[in-house]
Design a protein around this ligand. Sequence first.
Ligand SMILES: O=P(O)(O)OC[C@H]1O[C@H](OP(=O)(O)OP(=O)(O)O)[C@H](O)[C@@H]1O
Ligand SMILES: [Mg+2]
Length: 182
Amino acid sequence: MLEKDIEKILITQEEVHKRCEELGKELTAVYEDKQPLVVGVLKGAIPFMADIVRHMDTYIELDFMDVSSYGNATVSSGEVKIVKDLDTNVKGRDMLIVEDIIDSGRTLKYLVDLFKYRQANSVAIVTLLDKPRGRVVGIEADYIGFDVPNEFVVGYGLDFAERYRNLPYVGVLKPSIYETKV
Ligand SMILES: O=P(O)(O)OC[C@H]1O[C@H](OP(=O)(O)OP(=O)(O)O)[C@H](O)[C@@H]1O
Ligand SMILES: [Mg+2]
C-alpha cells in the first residue's frame, strides 16, 4: 500500500541488512572490552539501531535521546531541541551515537558537543545514511551505511510528516505527496 507513494527505491531491505551485519562486526572489534553506551537518536534511528546492535557481539548499554529540528518540514528549522535527555551519566563513557541520517549535520554537531561537554571519554557516530551535499556544519560520521543524493528520503526510520518510518527500504517520495500533505 505504501509503495504507491514511492517514486524510486534507493536502498533495498536486503542491502540494509547486509550492511548492518558488516558494520556490526566492525563495531564489535572496536568496542570489545569497552562496554560502550550506544545512544539511539529518536525517532528515526530505531529500525537501524535494532538491526545493528544485534550484530554487536560484545557488552553494550543502550540509551535514547530525542532531539528534533525538522517537525513536519523537509528543511531543517536550524534549531535543535532536546525533547528527551539520556537517563545515563556519560562522564568517562565511550559513546556510540546511532543515527538514521546526517544531512545538514546540525543534530549530530549538537549531540557530539553536548556529550564532550559532559566529559564522555570518546564519542563516535554510526549512521545508516550520509547526505554529504546537505551539510551546513562540519561533522562526519565514523561509520556510514550508505551515501544518498541530495533528495529528501524516507523509510527505514526516516519520515515525512511522521509517516513512512515503517517502510522496509529507503526511497524517495512522489512529488505529489509533498504537494498534497497539509
Ligand atoms: O543533519 P540534520 O540536518 O540535523 O538532520 C538529521 C536529523 O534529522 C532527522 O531527525 P528529525 O529532527 O526529523 O527527528 P525524527 O528522527 O524524530 O524524525 C534525522 O532523524 C536526524 O536526526
Ligand atoms: Mg524527522
